[in-house]
Design a protein around this ligand. Structure first.
Ligand SMILES: [Mg+2]
Length: 105
């Protein structure tokens, strides 16, 4: 994404606020695909054409803006994500939370 952006001289458009708005817009496009699907059928419907391809396209858009935002704010997304996952694993042990949704505190 950094190279893609630099080749087009788009860095001036990629301030954090603009990237967050673009990211939210893409999440909105993803949400729209699921908006009126029955919840019980959503996973099955999203696994099959034609919805599967559209979901993949929107997920890719979300990821691209997320990766670009992380780059602009100098966050090591891979390292931070692994650290966060480890923290969640410790906070919600599989033995204590298997099949149980955590309560809000
Ligand atoms: Mg899109």
């Amino acid at each position: 994404m950094r190279a893609f952006t630099a080749e087009r001289q788009w860095e001036k458009f990629h301030d954090p606020k603009s990237l967050i708005l673009a990211l939210v817009g893409e999440v909105g496009e993803l949400s729209e695909l699921f908006q009126w699907l029955p919840a019980d059928d959503a996973a099955r419907l999203a696994s099959d054409a034609p919805l599967h391809d559209r979901v993949g396209q929107e997920l890719a858009d979300v990821l691209l803006y997320l990766v670009r935002l992380a780059d602009v704010v100098n966050v090591d997304l891979a390292q931070t994500t692994m650290s966060k996952l480890q923290h969640s694993a410790e906070r919600f042990s599989a033995n204590d939370f298997r099949g149980v949704a955590p309560e809000k505190t």
